[in-house]
Design a protein around this ligand. Sequence first.
Ligand SMILES: Nc1ncnc2c1ncn2[C@@H]1O[C@H](COP(=O)(O)OP(=O)(O)OP(=O)(O)O)[C@@H](O)[C@H]1O
Ligand SMILES: [Mg+2]
Length: 235
Amino acid sequence: MLLEVKNINAGYGFLQILRDVSFNIDQGEYACVIGPNGAGKSTTMKTIAGLLSPMSGEIIFNGKNIAGLPGNQVARLGIGYISEDMNLFTNMTVQENLYMGAYVIKEKALKNDRLDFVYNLFTRLKNRKDQLAGTMSGGERKMLAIGRGLMANPKLLLVDEPSFGLAPQLMENVFDNLDILKEAGVTILLVEQNVTKALQVTTRGYVMENGKIFMKGLSSDLADDPHVRKVFLGV
Ligand SMILES: Nc1ncnc2c1ncn2[C@@H]1O[C@H](COP(=O)(O)OP(=O)(O)OP(=O)(O)O)[C@@H](O)[C@H]1O
Ligand SMILES: [Mg+2]
């Protein structure tokens, strides 16, 4: 087991959002969390990534409880987080943004290996390495955010809505790249509005509703489930 989320309660101030959230991700697994708007998917990601400290519960990563650790320490332990809003440094170039993602790596040679890896995956970033991040298109910014998340060579990648706002072809491109990462041994937890796609690419899924894990199962089974089909696929 690479990640064990155990009975997490979390929220904002006095507002509790996550209620007793528990789920597991195996080493090398590609899993997803689906759920309606406001269900608590991004809150779950933020809590794992160390941006939000849970009120109670444990998050065991690689055998260590990381619940409540700050984001930079979580990143150092090998969790990469690509947030919904991307948080790029708009006045910095593409390449400078990528290097920021490698702040946990000290050796210059290793950083450059990672840069080659990312440029290999997204040639468009390489071609635009000196362009300011703020002037990149929406899809290109998404690529840059994912690329930056990969710079630290994470063991676990948390990716929140990677296809949001992307035209179909770019969306396919992003999913193809996530497949490549999975093949390279990266464990991935995906949050995705495109439920059909999410259940196609992942092996296991968790359905979140009102801050709770409402259902879980093999993604292929969830795709056939009447509740999932009604709520998410409108069929
Ligand atoms: N910083 C915050 N302060 C107060 N409430 C917040 C904050 N961030 C999120 N919330 C609330 O927490 C709830 C869960 O939000 P969250 O972003 O986790 O949902 P989500 O499942 O990711 O939804 P979406 O599919 O729309 O991205 C929502 O009701 C939201 O309004
Ligand atoms: Mg969200």
